[in-house]
Every structure is written in structure tokens, then in C-alpha cells.
Design a protein around this ligand. Structure first.
Ligand code: SF4
Ligand code: SF4
Length: 620
């Protein structure tokens, strides 16, 4: 069955303060363009829960196991609760641990056992492992956060992880051996990582449900369980010994009764986020010099995200020690030892799986480019940590790796927003100018269009009113445009076509004019030469043809005059007689010169003919 991610971020509650990014030890929370809020990269997350604790609006939470727990409580199987030794730090409000045990039983649980005994068992195994030194130093694997951190970010150290299960798994094996395999096991503890840790185990290591102290309080409320109505009850055996000190930094060593003398010990104990990061990095780099095992814990067992009333670490440590002392009063060590021996034969070994989540280191050039973008000098690598990274250099690396964006730097964001507002104003002004220019251009275009339309109408009007026939043809001798006079000169066939296709647009000139005429058009198209006023016949008619190139090889125009038209006849008679007069005058002058007589009579006579035709033409 698909299980929800353990650590969840609710975008509706997120205020983008980036506090979670600042506390995440492995930068598993990503900010990227296109997402309004940070994203938890589950594959990188080590489930430390630090982001849950820091997030003020409680946008980050962990997967609830309340429903699963209630289901377990309703089952008919024998139910066994195993309790983390951290209970004394959490439930200080409950007057006596024996009341607390009874409250658990009141939930419907038949057996209540301490994980402290599992701590003792594991501590015993660590003692064995460390005592039988065979040239290898170990990192303890009791904390699932540390195991996850090594599997994901220091996979080279997997073989240095102590190959032992955690105390809660060891205790599960104990109770399953004790009560049979048909039981349901409920683990109650302070951390959230256990919720996923327990899913890895089957058979005798199987924990059915893991809940936090916060969830246990919720169950108490739901089941209306109050200590004042309950009597005392003791834990079921086997009881833990010094395992109840386990939540403390050196609790495992105390339980194992290992040498803690700083002059002689072979094991360092470190606790906390920074200590984890530094200790494991140094172990990887310098274990040959350090020559120590390390016991590392994240520090969630006293004030983790599964606990209430966070803070007061020392007070909580005090409660742990006080509780341990109380439990050890009248403690039967001999009996405990026998039980320890009995269960030490259980298989408490485990293996680990590499899950490398390290990102390739960006090149120095790329980091320097990002630093420049941020406005930091290449040499200026300290930082304010506002972005969530220890230095500007670390921040630049995260940006180069795609885990962060420059806007997470408040200085950059401020500068950028000022730049943007200046740029935005400039762009807005420019856009306004463009809009004004466009409006003007649109008006000019409209005006020109109107003028063009008027000119075109006028042209068409004049074109059609011309007495001479005018035609424009393309390179294929197809008519582009022809006026009414042209159609009229061509006769009835052309008129019929013109009725269907006004202006004879697209008609084939070759089908309308005889070959000798169309050849002239072709000639003008090909050679771009003018044919000026050529007399020709068209059927019965005498026509005068002028053809001229408009665009070489593309368009030619023709003007055809019907010489039978009266206005053409008169104009032509005038023209022709003027030509005759000119020629005759020339001749008469030559004869007059030879004969010595004036030619004025001939000249007068011809001029009178010209005047007669002109006046007759004007009077028409
Ligand atoms: S801590 Fe993270 S999840 Fe919570 S409000 Fe801030 S940015 Fe959002
Ligand atoms: S649980 Fe821890 S590792 Fe996971 S995102 Fe939160 S702070 Fe990071």
C-alpha cells in the first residue's frame, strides 16, 4: 500500500519565511522557480524533524498514525506496547510512572514493556563489538536519523555503521519471543523517524504501529483516560537496567558499562545537528588519526518533534536520571542478567543500503558566477545565514545545484526589486510611447487608406470615362484591367464577358484580339519598347494602337482608338491636315523661292480648312 511521505508541507499555511531551509541539516528543502513555496525533497530528507519544530505556522507536520493505532487497539490480537525510556522526560505531569503504565493498559493493551531492556541488550552487543577490535572503527546505528544520514550523504561509511538493530527493534524481538508471533506491537516514542524505520522490519522485528508521545496524549484524550481514576501498575518483565539512561548523550555507554574515562576510552559520544555533521565528516576524513568509535545521536529523544513542551533540555535530563534512579532501587540485577543472557541469543544484526543523495559539486567558475550575480565578491565568502546557508559560498553552491534561488538572499531580493521597479517604470513609459505612436500610425494609415480609396475611385472613374480603349495585361497576356471603351471597341462578345466579369479581369487577350495585335503586346512585354500610334484594322474598323511597357516582362498597357468615332475623326483630320500643311508649306516655300511667287494663297486656303474643322469640333 502506498504510504504518505513522513514529513509533509502544507502550502496553505506556509508563509515562506525559509526557517525550515535554515535548519535542515541536509538541504532537503528546495526553493525553485515556478513554486510559490518550498518543497521537501523526500529522497534527501533524513527525517530529523527539525523543520517541524522550527515552523511557526505549523505548515510542516509528520504523518499521523492515530488511525492505525486505533485500528490496532480494536484488534482481537494480544496487544503489546513498548515504551521508549524518554517517557520520564515527556510525562512529568503524570505523578508516578506506574500510573502511566496503567493508563497504557487502559487503552486495551495487555502487555506494557520498556524499550530500556532492548537498550541493555543492544548495549551488551556494542560492548562485544567494540571489545573485539579487529582494526575497524564503528559509528553506532541506534538512531534512524544517523543511519539515514550516512546512507544518503556518507555512503562511503556504510561499512562503518555498527551492524546492529536499534533498541526498539531488539525489544520487539524480545516481546515476540515472549508472547508469540501473533501479537500486535505498538511502539511509543519521542521521534518521528521511527515511524518509517519500523516499516523496514518483518517477522520477529515487526512493529505494527509507531506513535509519538504527542499522539499518545491524543489517544488518552480520545479514550478519556485520566490517571486519577487508575491504580498503579508495573511494567511487564524483562525490566530494563541502565538502559533507561539511553536518551542521554552517553546513555548507551552507561548502559553498556563501557569505559568513559577520557584518557582511555575508545569511543566519542556526540549529539545534535552540528555535532553529527562535523563528527561524521571528520570520522570519514581522519579516522586513522582519531582511532575512536563514535556514538552519534541527533538529539530528538528529549525534545524531538514527537514531544510536547519542547525545550528545557537539562530539566528533562534531570527527569531521566531521577527516573532511572527510582527504577534501580530494589533492582534485581542477577535476574536481569539472566534475562539479558537469554535474549542475547536473538539475531540482532542488520545491514544497510546505500542511497547516495550527494549532488555533484559545481565548478569553481560556476560558483564564482553565482556569487557575482548575488553581488558578492569572489573573495567575500562569509554570510549572514539569512538564506539558510552557513556562508554565501554554500548558498552559491546550492543555487548552482538547483536547490535554492538567488531571491532567498534578502539583499539580492531587495536590490532586485528596486531594479525591477525602475525597469518596470521604464518599460511602462516606453510602452505608453509605443501605444501613442501606434495610435498615430493607425490614424495616418486610415487617412492614407481613405485618400488611396478616393484616388482609386477617381482613377476608376477617369479610366472608364476615357474615350480611348485602355487595357493592361500581364506576361501571359491575361487582362489585369480594361475600361469600358476597350470593351466597346472589341464588340459584342467582349461586352458579354464584361457583364459577367467587370473590367474583363483575367480574360485572355489572345481570344479577344487578332494575332497581329496580340503579337504587338507580346513584343512590348518582351522588349520593353514603345509602339506609338500604329494604324491597324480590327474587323471592319480602323484603329490606332499605342502599346507601352509598364513593368518589363510583367505588365504592358495598350491604348486603342477607334478611328470611326467622330471626335477621333475630326481630331485626326485636324492633325493630318496640319501635317499636310506643314509638308506643303515646306514645299511651296521651296517652289516660291524658285519661282519668286508667294505661296500665301495656298497657305490661307489650307488654314481655313483647319479652322473650319476646329470650330466645328468645339461647337459639337
Ligand atoms: S518554516 Fe518553511 S514551511 Fe514553515 S512557514 Fe517558513 S518557509 Fe513555510
Ligand atoms: S525532516 Fe530534517 S532532513 Fe527532512 S526536510 Fe525536515 S529538516 Fe530536512
Amino acid at each position: 500500500m502506498e504510504v504518505e511521505p513522513l514529513i509533509q508541507l502544507n502550502n496553505n499555511k506556509c508563509t515562506n519565511c525559509y526557517s525550515c531551509i535554515r535548519v535542515c541539516p541536509v538541504k532537503a528543502i528546495q526553493v525553485r522557480y515556478g513554486n510559490k513555496h518550498p518543497i521537501i525533497k523526500q529522497e534527501r530528507c533524513i527525517q530529523c524533524g527539525s523543520c517541524i519544530e522550527i515552523c511557526q505556522p505549523q505548515a510542516i507536520t509528520y504523518r499521523s498514525s492515530i488511525d492505525e493505532a486505533k485500528e490496532l487497539l480494536e484488534s482481537s490480537n494480544t496487544k503489546v506496547a513498548i515504551l521508549s525510556p524518554s517517557i520520564s522526560a515527556e510525562f512529568e505531569d503524570i505523578t508516578d510512572y506506574r500510573k502511566f503504565v496503567q493508563m497504557i493498559r487502559a487503552l486495551g493493551i495487555q502487555h506494557v514493556n520498556e524499550v530500556s531492556f532492548g537498550v541493555d541488550l543492544i548495549a551488551y552487543k556494542y560492548n562485544e563489538l567494540f571489545s573485539a577490535y579487529k582494526g575497524k572503527y564503528y559509528i553506532t546505528s541506534t538512531d534512524p536519523v544517523i543511519v539515514s544520514y550516512i546512507e544518503k550523504f556518507h555512503p562511503n561509511l556504510i561499512n562503518n555503521l555498527a551492524p546492529l538493530v536499534s533498541p526498539k527493534i531488539a525489544m520487539t524481538k524480545v516481546v515476540r519471543k515472549l508472547y508469540g508471533d501473533n501479537i500486535k506491537v505498538l511502539y511509543i516514542g519521542p521521534d518521528v523517524a521511527s515511524k518509517d524505520e519500523v516499516r523496514m522490519y518483518e517477522k520477529d522485528g515487526r512493529i505494527d504501529v509507531a506513535i509519538t508521545f504527542i499522539e499518545l496524549r491524543e489517544l488518552f484524550r480520545d479514550f478519556d483516560i485520566d490517571e486519577s481514576t487508575l491504580e498503579f501498575s508495573e511494567f511487564d518483565p524483562p525490566l530494563g537496567y541502565k538502559g533507561s539512561l539511553y536518551p542521554l548523550r552517553n546513555g548507551l555507554l552507561q548502559a553498556a558499562e563501557m569505559d568513559e574515562n577520557l584518557l582511555t576510552t575508545h569511543i566519542f559520544c556526540v549529539q545534535g545537528k552540528r555535532a553529527m555533521i562535523e563528527a561524521i565528516a571528520e570520522f570519514e576524513k581522519s579516522v586513522k588519526i582519531i582511532k575512536r568509535h563514535i556514538h552519534v545521536t541527533y538529539g530528538n529523544w528529549l525534545i524531538g518533534p514527537g514531544t510536547t513542551n519542547r525545550g528545557n533540555t537539562f530539566l528533562r535530563e534531570h527527569h531521566i536520571i531521577k527516573y532511572a534512579n527510582k527504577r534501580l532501587r530494589n533492582f534485581f540485577r542477577h535476574e536481569w542478567h539472566n534475562e539479558l543472557m537469554e535474549y542475547s541469543s536473538l539475531d540482532l544484526s542488520r545491514t544497510f543500503k546505500e542511497n547516495d543523495q550527494r549532488l555533484p559539486a559545481p565548478s569553481k567558475e560556476k560558483i564564482d558566477d553565482v556569487l557575482k550575480l548575488l553581488g558578492r565578491k569572489v573573495t567575500d565568502r562569509y554570510g549572514c545565514e539569512e538564506c539558510g546557508y552557513a556562508s554565501c559560498n554554500d548558498f552559491a553552491v546550492a543555487i548552482a545545484q538547483g536547490l535554492a534561488t538567488p531571491e532567498m538572499c534578502s539583499t539580492y531580493a531587495l536590490r532586485h526589486s528596486i531594479d525591477s521597479s525602475v525597469e518596470t517604470k521604464e518599460i511602462r513609459d516606453r510602452l505608453q510611447m509605443i501605444q501613442i505612436e501606434l495610435e498615430q500610425t493607425r490614424e495616418d494609415a486610415l487617412h492614407e487608406k481613405q485618400l488611396a480609396e478616393q484616388a482609386s475611385e477617381l482613377n476608376d472613374f477617369i479610366f472608364d470615362k476615357l474615350r480611348a480603349g485602355v487595357v493592361l495585361v500581364d506576361q501571359n497576356l491575361k487582362i489585369i484591367k480594361a475600361n469600358n471603351s476597350f470593351t466597346r471597341i472589341l464588340g459584342d462578345d467582349a461586352k458579354e464577358i464584361n457583364d459577367v466579369i467587370p473590367g474583363l479581369v483575367g480574360a485572355d487577350l489572345k481570344k479577344l484580339l487578332p494575332l497581329n495585335l496580340t503579337n504587338l503586346f507580346q513584343y512590348v512585354l518582351d522588349d520593353a519598347q514603345f509602339i506609338d500610334g500604329k494604324d491597324m484594322t480590327l474587323g471592319e474598323a480602323l484603329i490606332n494602337v499605342s502599346i507601352f511597357p509598364v513593368r518589363k516582362n510583367k505588365i504592358a498597357g495598350g491604348i486603342i482608338r477607334d478611328m470611326r468615332a467622330p471626335e477621333v475623326q475630326k481630331a485626326e483630320v485636324v492633325n493630318r491636315i496640319s501635317e499636310v500643311i506643314d509638308k506643303n508649306l515646306e514645299m511651296v516655300q521651296k517652289i516660291g523661292f524658285l519661282l519668286g511667287e508667294g505661296a500665301s494663297d495656298v497657305e490661307k486656303m489650307l488654314n481655313s480648312i483647319v479652322e473650319f474643322y476646329k470650330s466645328g469640333n468645339e461647337n459639337k
